[in-house]
Design a protein around this ligand. Structure first.
Ligand code: BQZ
Length: 669
């Protein structure tokens, strides 16, 4: 109870601090996590080696004995990935049972090479394994933070001048249907998806590094050659969601390059929602999909990771994804019918905390650092501008003083309290969230709430209310300044913020009109860059996690300033951001890299590149019967908790295991 008391007690003093505008720096921040734990070395988590003997889930052993499966030692790679017991908070586990996820997304399809998602909430990550891994880096001590962790690529090396990167895959691994995993899967991923502009792959052409060329050296080795020196940071782009190869043996004959009857649309939909199973490298294989209801996965008999006892992972035989809402994910976790939730909706925080405090509560609730952030994005391009007024607005949006004025007009304390009463919200300025390893207070400019200053700046810009209707007009007696702002109508906490923004900007004579879109239409408008204004939840944990959301790193990035017909004039500070990002990616000097992160933070916040509203912590909810869930796992640092918590190591004692829906079965291809 004392944790909750101290939290709610803190709410009083925070509001006081919020009131007194500090020059141009963020006010002191109240850290809600309060957890202490040891960070470890990068090789304390896992390594790759052959063990004397291996074992497997009992029903797989039976199937192998009946000749329905090769022996476990022949299903595993030459040197499996071995998780070290020392890094497991509850040690090696017991096989069996079900892990229950509840998610708010819906599988678009299973062809992730063509950019399809499988519903988020950990379903993508359960099937997609990527060249390297970022999630578990939260546990690695600072001096060992030299770059991403190995995964399908078990090692890599650079040539002397960092223009060539050679990667080595695990040898002798298989897709879940038994097909060998090798460099043909890498070639197909790169040449026929990433480099094919007709395929909307997650790693867009040219975004890894300008002029990157791939060469296959042998069955398990490949090499990139770059026209300019690069650095270890580039490798972070080869983690989830961008660097995840797909089953070339199942997709090649569906690709227009190899199949004249195929189109790029039919290729994208080559693995439709219900057509299961599909070959995966992940720990579980989707075998059943009841639309809008449930996805059931069964363990992958060819999974290429083991514990130090030689037990093939995962421990859970089955993983369920109930297709519901994100809020229901938290509700079910608190009730104990779901095993996991990234509690991200601040509106749920107080209630969930209260419930989890009762002695027989089935769930633990752990707040992390602030990683969730919302911001207003104004479109710098003319894409989707419908008329002269829109073009005039876009012109205004490219004006720094206009953006700064709007930022000063926002009372972020009030916005925070509108979303959740208590100490959770903190002003957001754009750039790195305060929970990011790259956040630097002194490099973060802040436009505190100051209506008088906002009005003075808008007056200075000549935006007078020339027709006396309370709304400022575009220069020279132009139209009223009315900004239509799109938002994802499925996100209630975003709507609440927009309501607060509408009334606050209204007070300085700027009319904002809310335009709610459903998830799909919102994403289409966002990715297409066809909007005037947009309010959205979008974190910025590291420079290499979906950098396209935040920086002008290629022609189609950021989404709020895309080039039009190859034309785009970046503003001077945008060019500085682009240059700093390129230096960060290509430099091997940690001090220089750190300076680049600070320069980018300063450039984004000083220019109000996006107009931040608030940032909040999220809390990780895990059912008490789940073992090996490290209490320090953040909801979002280098990757979402579904990756950071390392689900293939989670287990439940036999006595507490939940009955499987499809016991004793595996995917049949
Ligand atoms: C976590 C995450 C795991 C995507 C998604 C979802 C998409 C966005 C974002 C989060 C969901 C959950 O986030 O909210 O807690 O489980 O899945 O992938 O918001 O709509 O497009 O970027 O990651």
């Amino acid at each position: 109870m004392n944790h909750l008391k101290s939290l709610l007690a803190a709410s009083v003093c925070l509001t006081a601090i919020g009131g007194s505008a500090l020059a141009d720096k963020l006010p002191p921040e109240k850290d809600l996590s309060g957890l202490e734990y040891e960070l470890i070395g990068r090789t304390d988590l896992y390594d790759y080696r052959a063990l004397d003997s291996y074992s497997e889930a009992p029903f797989l052993a039976d199937m192998a004995a009946e000749g329905k499966l090769p022996a476990v030692k022949d299903r595993l790679p030459k040197e499996p990935l071995v998780f070290k017991t020392g890094a497991m908070v509850d040690g090696t586990g017991e096989y069996g049972g079900v892990f229950h996820h509840v998610i708010g997304g819906r599988p678009e399809g299973w062809n992730w090479l063509a950019g399809q998602h499988q519903g988020w909430g950990g379903i993508n990550m359960a099937i997609q394994e990527c060249l390297v891994r970022q999630g578990p880096r939260w546990q690695i001590k600072g001096e060992d933070q030299t770059g991403p962790l190995p995964n399908l690529a078990k090692s890599w090396s650079w040539n002397d001048d960092n223009t060539q990167l050679t990667m080595h895959l695990i040898e002798g691994a298989h897709w879940s249907d038994g097909d060998p995993f090798d460099t043909e899967d890498i070639r197909f991923w790169w040449e026929d998806n990433v480099e094919d502009e007709n395929v909307s792959s997650r790693l867009s052409k040219g975004s890894l590094a300008p002029g990157a060329k791939l060469e296959i050296l042998d069955e398990y080795t490949f090499r990139w050659t770059f026209s300019e020196p690069q650095s270890e940071t580039l490798v972070e782009n080869l983690a989830y969601i961008q660097g995840c190869p797909g089953p070339s043996h199942a997709l090649k004959d569906k690709h227009p390059k190899y199949n004249p009857d195929a189109t790029y649309e039919s290729y994208t939909n080559a693995m439709p929602g219900e057509a299961l199973p599909v070959p995966v490298m992940g720990a579980w294989v989707p075998v059943l999909h009841k639309p809008d209801e449930l996805v059931v996965m069964r363990r992958n008999p060819f999974y290429w990771k083991v514990d130090e006892k030689g037990q093939q992972l995962p421990y859970f035989n089955e993983m369920h994804f109930r297709l519901s809402t994100w809020d229901d994910r938290t509700t079910q976790a608190v009730a104990g019918s779901g095993d996991f939730s990234n509690m991200e909706n601040p509106a749920n925080y107080v209630a969930a905390l209260k419930q989890s405090q009762s002695p027989d509560s089935p769930v633990t609730v752990r707040f992390g650092k602030r990683a969730l952030a919302w911001r207003l994005e104004l479109n710098f391009s003319d894409i989707g501008a419908e008329d002269e007024v829109d073009l005039a607005l876009r012109d205004l949006f490219r004006n720094k003083d206009f953006r700064i004025a709007l930022s000063h007009a926002l009372d972020r304390d009030a916005i925070g309290q509108a979303v959740a009463r208590g100490p959770f919200a903190y002003p957001y300025t754009g750039g790195f969230t305060s929970g990011s390893a790259f956040f630097d207070h002194d490099s973060t400019a802040y436009q505190p709430f100051d209506q008088a200053k906002a009005n003075a700046m808008l007056d200075e810009l000549g935006l007078q209310d020339s027709d006396g209707n309370g709304i400022r007009n575009l220069p020279n007696g132009g139209d009223d300044i009315e900004i239509d702002v799109i938002f994802n109508s499925g996100r209630n906490e975003t709507r609440k913020q927009l309501d607060a923004v509408i009334s606050q900007l209204g007070e300085v004579g700027i009319r904002v009109i809310a335009r709610g879109l459903d998830k799909t239409n919102f994403e289409t408008a966002r990715l297409g860059g066809a909007f005037n204004g947009m309010i959205n939840r979008r974190g910025f944990p590291t420079l290499t996690r979906e950098p396209c959301n935040n920086m002008p790193i290629s022609e189609s990035c950021p989404f709020f300033h895309q080039s039009q017909n190859g034309e785009r004039s970046l503003l001077p500070f945008e060019e500085e951001i682009q240059a700093a990002y390129r230096t960060f990616i290509s430099s091997n000097d940690n001090a220089e890299k750190l300076q680049m992160t600070r320069d980018i933070q300063r450039l984004i916040t000083e220019n109000a590149y996006v107009i931040g509203t608030i940032q909040t912590p999220a809390a990780l909810l895990v059912n008490r019967r789940i073992k090996n869930a490290h209490p320090g796992t953040p909801v979002y640092m280098f990757e979402w908790a579904e990756d950071g918590i390392i689900r293939e190591r989670l287990w439940t004692p036999a006595a507490e295991q939940v009955k499987e829906l499809l016991p004793g079965t595996i995917a049949e291809y």
